[in-house]
Design a protein around this ligand. Structure first.
Ligand code: UT7
Length: 335
């Protein structure tokens, strides 16, 4: 059942581009290794003075503009890299967007944050607590990377993506009935026994990841949950116009697509230019793909993610008939 539809889409990237060669000047790595093992050529990192809230506000403003609205009934920010551990980022972001007084909270589910946030947004609407919700996923992973750790420093990038969600028709996404913007059931999961695979250990300022084990679990979990979300929507892999996987690593995305039976031409990707932007990865990918015309109104999109927690999730969407607003922080319009 779909209680919600997407009304607007935005995305924001910091200006500074960091190449593999830039990283190789201080790390024992090469452009060749990074490209062949991850698919990443460049990523964008914030400069000093730019915060997660700054990216979130820009992406949120763009999503509101895309939805032709200035306010919503609730704001959710999904992030692993809040500017401070307390209070949440969302109230500050809501206020900076001119929405003092609306309910606002953060969601912490690392790379699955956008999909956990989406389930929260749909739930707020289904319960009657809100008729419209601004969901933003924003990350500044560059601020928690150990510059000496080549296993993580080359992978992550900064950015933010956002959508405005509003009331929809129950059952609006299925093989027979397709409503523009419809959000299918969000299928979510977690396994805390793997908490140490992706973490900022207590007392450590830096993010740590056991990459090889994460890789194996990511492929399995993402494939399984993607097929589950499809089945609950009454769709099969052939009905999907685009697979929009969390941009963890090009090899992970390719392996998931292969396992679930979606060929490469239907897999959306931007990991080559933005790296892994954690919670922001799926909405940044969708905002960019919609802005450059790869994704069009009425396309069926399957989103799927895996991340720290461990957490995972998937949801089907029908792409809305809106103009996505995607660009660089501080600049109006396209890149
Ligand atoms: O966003 C959700 C959570 N994160 C992910 O999904 C990421 C999942 N994991 C990965 O993407 C991959 O595991 C990595 C890209 C992190 C690593 O790729 P890998 O193919 O799994 O490499 P590995 O960890 O097995 O390392 C292979 C070798 C090692 O050297 P030895 O032990 O064989 O001598 C590493 O020390 O590659 C070495 N290595 C590097 N070499 C050059 C690791 N990182 C680098 C590097 N440059 N940046």
């Amino acid at each position: 059942m779909s209680a919600a539809v997407i009304l607007g889409v935005g995305g924001s990237l910091p200006e500074r581009i960091v190449t593999n060669d830039d990283l190789a000047t201080s790390l024992d790595t090469t452009d060749e290794w990074i490209r062949s093992r991850t698919g990443i050529r460049t990523r964008r990192w914030v400069g000093p003075g730019t915060s997660t809230a700054d990216l979130a506000v820009d992406a949120g403003a763009r999503a509101l503009r895309s939805a032709s609205r200035s306010t919503v009934d609730a704001v959710i920010v999904a992030t692993t890299t809040p500017d401070r551990s307390c209070p949440a980022v969302a109230p500050e972001v809501a206020s900076r967007l001119g929405m003092i007084g609306v309910p606002a909270h953060d969601v912490s589910a690392v790379c699955t944050g956008f999909l956990y946030g989406l389930a929260n947004a749909v739930g707020l609407i289904a319960s009657g607590a809100a008729r419209t919700v601004l969901l933003i996923a924003a990350e500044t992973f560059s601020t928690i990377l150990d510059p000496a750790d080549r296993g993580t420093a080359v992978i992550f990038g900064d950015g933010a993506g956002a959508i405005v969600v509003g009331e929809g028709e129950p059952g609006a996404i299925s093989l027979g009935a397709i409503s523009l913007g419809a959000v299918g059931p969000c299928v979510l999961g977690s396994d805390g026994t793997g908490a140490d695979l992706i973490q900022v250990p207590a007392g450590d300022q830096y993010f740590r990841m056991r990459g090889k084990e994460v890789f194996r679990q990511a492929v399995e979990r993402m494939s399984d949950v993607a097929l589950d979300a499809l089945a609950r929507t009454g769709l099969g892999p052939d009905d999907v116009d685009h697979l929009a996987p969390h941009q963890a690593n090009r090899r992970i995305c390719d392996a998931v697509a292969h396992r679930i039976g979606v060929e490469e031409s239907r897999v959306l990707s931007n990991v080559d230019t933005v790296g892994n932007t954690a919670a922001a990865s799926i909405p940044v990918l969708l905002a960019e793909a919609a802005a450059d015309g790869r994704v069009k109104a009425g396309d069926r999109v399957l989103t799927v993610a895996f991340g720290g927690g461990l957490t995972w999730g998937a949801a089907t969407l029908v792409w809305p008939d809106v103009t996505a607003d995607f660009g660089v922080l501080g600049r109006v319009g396209r890149r």
